[in-house]
Design a protein around this ligand. Sequence first.
Ligand SMILES: O=P(O)(O)OC[C@@]1(O)O[C@H](CO)[C@@H](O)[C@@H]1O
Ligand SMILES: [Mg+2]
Ligand SMILES: [Mg+2]
Length: 282
Amino acid sequence: MADLWQDAMDHAVTAARGAGRQVVREALREDRKVMTKSSSVDLVTQTDQKVEQLIIQSVKEKYPTHRFIGEESVAAGEPCVLSDEPTWIIDPIDGTTNFVHGFPFVAVSVGFSVNRQIEFGVVYSCLEDKMFTARRGRGSFCNGQPLQVSAQTDVGQSVIATEFGSNRDPEVVDGIFSSLRNVLAIPVHGVRSAGTAAINMCLVASGCVEAYYEMGMHVWDLAAASLLVTEAGGVLMDVEGGPFDLMSRRVIAANNRSIGQRIAREIRAYAPVRDDAPAHTQ
Ligand SMILES: O=P(O)(O)OC[C@@]1(O)O[C@H](CO)[C@@H](O)[C@@H]1O
Ligand SMILES: [Mg+2]
Ligand SMILES: [Mg+2]
């Protein structure tokens, strides 16, 4: 049976690699004009905006009826609505802070949803030149090599990834460190932060870390990489152990359910304002 979305996935790979190689890596050599969004530590650059416009424009020419959720379009006031319609969910640079500082984990993330189900995910790690791809039901790959999550079942022999986010509200920061302390004291072998949710989840899919958890990131950080995890044999869940909700801004991505549930027990959960909350509540 012909694969309806293979062409679209091929387009996403070409667009992500092209943007990553030509725009992002070029921009790293120039002085980057840094702007801020929700706080003084929530950064955006003209490169983020340029990459998103390039990808969206190229998709619109091929698929004029498709919808978009783009990080920088939403920041500019576009609605963040996930419907049944074919929708491209784009983070033009995941790891903008890394990009600004030259820390070598910067990703272009393109997810594609139909009927609210991710059909393919593409994450291009620009400085590593690693193209992570997954098509629903057909596995996860990095530069064409199949990915498999870690086989580890003992959380005491695991490495866990998480992030500190850009929310500096004292209550939220206390929760982040309380969760971090609890996870570390399980004990686990280590905790790591790539500085980008998409690459953290690619590390889960690659078997390099057993789980990643975070509260506060957005649908565009997660959409593509969520499929990379599940197609590599991993699981997704909410930080309180319930079902994963792509718009909730909360995730545990794990190599198996038992490690994911064990991590959930240690997280001091809070509920960020949802990505699909009415605009006036954001
Ligand atoms: O704004 P960006 O760079 O697209 O994404 C922000 C981000 O890198 O920050 C968090 C780490 O603090 C991650 O969860 C998320 O991927
Ligand atoms: Mg991001
Ligand atoms: Mg971004």
